[in-house]
Design a protein around this ligand. Structure first.
Ligand code: SF4
Length: 117
């Protein structure tokens, strides 16, 4: 599980993952996305990876580091995800504001979309 890691750019020589966001809003989820990438690298024995988040529209650059507490949090989240995907039934839709802009919207809301048709 959780083997796919992609990023805008990876500077392998300097062990830097560079993620460029087109958003005009800083989002904690962007930081966690990058932390997850660093977590996977560490899981594969690659230490000392740094993350750089860049927001060209905001002219803002942010360094992201992965702490031991972050690693524990990611492990907890991964266990929760594993529990959800191992269930026979999908959990009820949470209907949060963030869902409107989420890439998985159509997966999570498929039943609601079918009921509207
Ligand atoms: S659409 Fe689904 S995956 Fe996306 S934020 Fe909402 S509940 Fe989570």
């Amino acid at each position: 599980m959780f083997q796919v890691v992609t990023s805008n750019q990876q500077n392998t020589k300097n062990k830097v993952i560079h993620e460029i966001k087109k958003s005009n809003k800083v989002d904690k989820a962007h930081e966690w996305q990058l932390k997850y990438y660093m977590y996977v690298f560490k899981q594969h024995g690659i230490d000392g990876v740094k993350g750089i988040l860049e927001y060209p529209l905001l002219r803002k650059t942010q360094e992201v580091i992965l702490t031991d507490i972050d690693r524990e949090e990611i492990q907890t989240i991964a266990e929760e995800i594993t529990n959800v995907i191992s269930q026979e039934q999908c959990p009820p839709v949470t209907k949060k504001g963030i869902c409107k802009n989420c890439s998985y919207f159509e997966f999570c809301y498929i039943n609601e979309m079918e009921e509207e048709e």
